[in-house]
Ligand binder design. Structure first.
Ligand SMILES: NC(=O)c1ccc[n+]([C@@H]2O[C@H](COP(=O)([O-])OP(=O)(O)OC[C@H]3O[C@@H](n4cnc5c(N)ncnc54)[C@H](O)[C@@H]3O)[C@@H](O)[C@H]2O)c1
Length: 326
């Protein structure tokens, strides 16, 4: 079993590689190590992976046609987890082309690699809760219509799901799409609110709270996501009937929408300091609420996230203090 993980130097990718390596899998990681956020964090993650004999890394920009095949022999790979992407909702206003490059051209190149990989058993890929658009009503279910993106990021993730459906249909590639809901935790992402709040509190700077704090997110702890991902890798979509397309999509959230101000208070408590706060208007592309229905993932592979922000945020803040010697 050899698993190709794209975005291996990223937050979720490097945590997934660690768990796969710990259970003895051979892992090939690729990443272009771009500077969307401090590349030092990406290099520090790769240092942790380099300690494993069964890990190999190649610096590859997936949007360069043919680059992935040059770095990794398709036939050597049995599983793929595609986590590489230009992430972040707000940055898509500033740099739209980065999203087209990584999330569409880059993703197509990973699918073409999968098409050429003769021993491939399964490919999982990252989608996002942002595909649901801006909704205030009830639970977000996989069967809901997803045709109203409110950011380019979301539009590229919806497109990724559509392109996946066509590749599963045309070439029978077994594909599983994962709609992640605001994942957080140690070794996390410097562009996300929990990290920015922590950084600013320790620097004594005020934090910006958008939409006057009237937003809620289904915060999902990294360990709950990784437990699910490791199970999913071994579990291609079932196709009991002739003609079934091997493509499934699952929500991976916590199913607990949490007001933004609760996150602020959890970070303040973990940092032991109150933040100075600037209350701002809602930002373009932001949604009011996310709320995952996780019954499909629960039934399929026993997905059962347990971590609350009051448990997960102190773990992140402790890690942050150690990482930056605070
Ligand atoms: N973290 C979350 O809350 C969250 C929520 C929803 C969806 N997602 C999705 O999950 C996946 C992983 O997210 P993450 O939080 O680990 O983000 P991340 O930014 O930490 O990781 C993504 C990695 O992909 C790499 N990358 C980007 N473009 C590339 C390219 N063209 N070629 C090669 N490598 C490239 C980046 O350098 C980065 O290391 C992404 O697809 C993201 O859109 C994440």
């Amino acid at each position: 079993m050899t698993i190709l993980v794209t975005g291996a130097a990223g937050f979720i990718g490097h945590n997934l590689c660690l768990s796969l390596l710990a259970r003895g899998d051979q892992v090939v990681g690729v990443d272009n190590l771009n500077d969307y956020y401090d590349p030092m964090v990406k290099h520090a993650r790769l240092e942790r992976l380099a300690k494993f004999e069964k890990f190999r890394f190649a610096q590859v920009d997936l949007a360069d046609d043919g680059a992935l095949e040059k770095a990794v022999a398709p036939d050597a790979v049995t599983h793929i987890v595609n986590l590489a992407a230009q992430a972040g909702v707000r940055y898509s206003i500033e740099n739209p082309r980065a999203y087209m490059r990584s999330n569409l051209t880059g993703y197509l190149n990973v699918l073409e690699f999968a098409r050429a990989a003769k021993n491939l058993q399964h490919m999982a890929y990252a989608s996002s809760s942002s595909v649901y658009g801006d909704r205030a009503d009830g639970l977000f279910k996989e069967s809901d219509s997803v045709t109203k993106p409110v950011s380019l990021y979301s539009a590229t993730k919806i497109s990724g799901e559509m392109i996946s459906q066509s590749y599963a249909h045309l070439y029978g590639i077994p594909l599983t799409g994962l709609r992640f809901f605001t994942v957080y935790g140690a070794w996390g992402r410097p562009d996300m609110a929990y990290w920015i709040f922590t950084e600013k509190i320790f620097k004594g700077e005020p934090i910006d709270i958008f939409a006057a704090g009237e937003m809620s997110r289904d915060f999902t702890y990294i360990d709950d996501i990784i437990t699910a991902l490791v199970r999913i890798v071994d579990r291609p979509p079932q196709t009991p009937k002739k003609g079934d397309v091997p493509h499934e999509i699952y929500n991976l959230g916590n199913s607990t929408p949490t007001p933004l101000m609760d996150l602020v208070h959890a970070v303040e408590k973990a940092c032991g300091q109150e933040a100075k706060k600037n209350f701002m208007d809602k930002q373009m592309g932001d949604v009011s609420k996310t709320f995952a229905d996780i019954s499909k993932a629960k039934a399929a592979f026993g997905y059962d996230p347990k971590t609350t922000i009051d448990q997960g945020i102190p773990v992140f803040v402790d890690w942050y203090k150690k990482f930056y010697n605070i």
